[in-house]
Ligand binder design. Structure first.
Ligand code: SF4
Length: 455
C-alpha cells in the first residue's frame, strides 16, 4: 500500500516508480487487432508476447490471439531471422489469418533485426499480407506502439494509385476503447457521412459470447478498405499522439488531407469534431446529435453543484487526458495535477494552453512522469478526486478519495469496453460517474443529520 509515500520530492532522473505507461508492443498489438482477420505477431521472446496478451486480455476480458517468434538463446546471439521466417510460414499454415502484423520488442530491436529484409525474403502465401512496425519499448509508450502500427497500415496496405474519390472520410479513432470506436461510427452514421475507420477493434475485443470460439470475430477494418484509403476525401485523426502519424503518412503518399483533432471526450472536443465534419462535408448538424448535446448541457447545469469547484488529479494517456482536462474545466472543476507517463513536449504545450485559456495558474502538469510523483504532489496539496486507470487505486485508497477509472488499463472493473466515454452520450456517462462517486462518498461519511434523501 502507498500510505508511506513521503511528501518530500527528490529529483529522480534515472528511476521511475510506478510508471504511468506500459510497453510499445501492447499498443501495436491492440491496433493490429483492429484489422479484420489479422493475427498480431510479436518478434521477440515468448515472455514479451505473453505479457502483452495477458494485459490486453485482462483489460478486455476477451481472448487475445497473437503469435511470437519465440526467441531462445540462439536467436539472442544470431538474430531472429530464421525464427520469424519459420514463424510466419507456420502461422499462415495453421491459423490462416489474412494479415499478420509483426511488431518488434526490446530484444529484437537491440539485436537490430531488419524486418523489411526478413519479410521480403519470406514466402508469403498468395493473397495474404504481412505488415510490420518497429516498436522498441525503451522509447515512448504503448501509445507510440499504437501510432507506429496504425501508420504501418497506411505504409504497407494503401494502394498508392489514386483512382477516383470514394466519397468517404478516413477516421482514425486513436487509442480508445472498442465502445468508443462504435460510438464514433454511430455519430458519423447519424450525420449520414460514410467513413472508413482504422483501426477498428469494435466487435473484435468486445465480441459477444455465442458459445463458439471465433479466432477472427466479425469486426475490424478489412484489407480492401485499407487499400482504398487513398481514395478518401479527407482524414479525421483523433488524438495527435496515437493518430497523427498515420494521417500524415496518408497525406504524404495519397494526398488525403489530414485533420488532427482531440479525441472527442467532453463537450468542447465533441463539438470540435462535429464542426470539422460539417466543414468538410458541408452538411448540417444531425437533429439526433443536437438533441443529445442538449441533454448533456441540461445535465451539466442540473447537477453542477455536485462537482463544481472540486479539485481533481488526472493521469493516463495524453490523447485521453488532454480532452478530459478540458472537460473537467467545462464542468467547473479544477484540474490540479495532470500527468502522463508518455513522453512528449506536445502534451505539456497542450495542457499549458488549456490551463492558460481557463485562467488556471497553480496547477502542475508533466509528460514522462510517474505515479509516485503524482502521489507526492497530492500529499503536499490534496485533491478531491483522482481520474485515471486501475493503477490509481493504490493512491485513491491511501488518500481516501474516489477514483474514476478512465483509460488503459482497467483491470478491476467492467463496462469500459461496452459503454463509451466519447461523444455527447459519453460525456453524460462521465458526469454520472463523477457525480455518483462524490455523492457515494458523502453518503458513506456524513453525519446522520446530514444524510439526505434528495441530493
Ligand atoms: S522486454 Fe520490452 S517489449 Fe518485452 S515486455 Fe518488456 S518492455 Fe515490453
Amino acid at each position: 500500500m502507498l500510505n508511506e509515500t513521503t511528501k518530500e520530492i527528490k529529483d529522480r532522473s534515472a528511476l521511475v516508480v510506478n510508471p504511468a505507461k506500459t510497453c510499445q508492443p501492447i499498443g501495436a498489438m491492440y491496433a493490429a487487432l483492429g484489422i479484420h482477420k489479422c493475427l498480431p505477431h510479436s518478434h521477440g521472446s515468448q515472455g514479451c508476447c505473453s505479457f502483452h496478451r495477458m494485459h490486453l486480455a485482462r483489460h478486455y476480458r476477451d481472448p487475445i490471439a497473437a503469435s511470437t517468434s519465440s526467441f531462445t538463446e540462439g536467436a539472442c546471439v544470431f538474430g531472429g531471422k530464421s525464427n520469424l521466417k519459420t514463424g510466419l510460414e507456420n502461422v499462415f499454415a495453421i491459423y490462416k489469418p489474412d494479415v499478420v502484423a509483426v511488431n518488434t520488442t526490446c530484444l529484437s530491436e537491440t539485436i537490430g533485426d531488419d524486418l523489411n529484409d526478413i519479410i521480403l525474403s519470406t514466402k508469403i502465401p498468395e493473397g495474404k499480407t504481412v505488415i510490420y512496425a518497429n516498436t522498441p519499448s525503451y522509447q515512448g509508450s504503448h501509445v507510440t506502439g499504437f501510432s507506429n502500427m496504425t501508420k504501418a497500415m497506411v505504409t504497407h496496405l494503401v494502394n498508392k494509385n489514386k483512382l477516383i474519390g470514394n466519397g468517404r472520410l478516413a477516421v482514425i479513432p486513436g487509442y480508445v476503447e472498442p465502445s468508443d470506436m462504435a460510438e464514433i461510427k454511430r455519430m458519423f452514421a447519424m450525420m449520414n457521412v460514410p467513413i472508413t475507420m482504422f483501426p477498428d477493434t469494435s466487435g473484435v475485443v468486445n465480441s459477444p459470447n455465442t458459445g463458439k470460439y471465433e479466432m477472427y470475430p466479425e469486426g475490424g477494418v478489412t484489407v480492401e478498405e485499407l487499400s482504398d484509403l487513398g481514395n478518401c476525401e479527407s482524414t479525421i485523426a483523433l488524438g495527435s499522439f496515437s493518430s497523427e502519424a498515420a494521417a500524415f503518412e496518408l497525406e504524404k503518399i495519397a494526398d488525403v488531407e489530414a485533420n488532427v483533432l482531440n479525441v472527442p471526450i467532453g463537450i468542447k472536443a465533441t463539438d470540435d469534431m462535429m464542426m470539422k465534419v460539417m466543414e468538410i462535408t458541408g452538411l448540417e448538424m444531425s437533429k439526433e446529435l443536437e438533441f443529445e448535446r442538449g441533454q448533456l448541457v441540461d445535465l451539466m447545469t442540473d447537477i453542477h453543484f455536485h462537482y463544481h469547484g472540486k479539485k481533481v488529479a488526472i493521469f493516463g494517456d495524453p490523447d485521453i487526458i488532454i480532452p478530459m482536462t478540458e472537460f473537467v474545466i467545462s464542468l467547473g472543476m479544477i484540474p490540479k495535477y495532470i500527468l502522463t507517463g508518455t513522453p512528449g513536449n506536445a502534451f505539456e504545450k497542450a495542457i499549458g494552453k488549456i490551463l492558460a485559456d481557463a485562467g488556471i495558474e497553480d496547477s502542475k502538469f508533466k509528460a514522462g512522469g510517474d505515479l509516485m510523483e503524482l502521489h507526492q504532489w497530492m500529499k503536499n496539496d490534496p485533491v478531491d478526486m483522482l481520474i485515471g486507470n486501475t493503477y490509481g487505486k493504490y493512491i485513491s485508497r491511501a488518500e481516501d478519495i474516489p477514483l474514476i477509472r478512465l483509460g488503459f488499463p482497467i483491470l478491476d472493473r467492467v463496462g469500459h469496453s461496452l459503454f463509451p466515454v466519447v461523444g455527447y452520450k459519453g460525456a453524460m456517462r462521465l458526469i454520472e460517474k463523477i457525480s455518483t462517486a462524490f455523492l457515494d462518498k458523502y453518503d458513506r461519511e456524513c453525519d446522520d443529520d446530514d444524510f439526505e434523501l434528495v441530493m
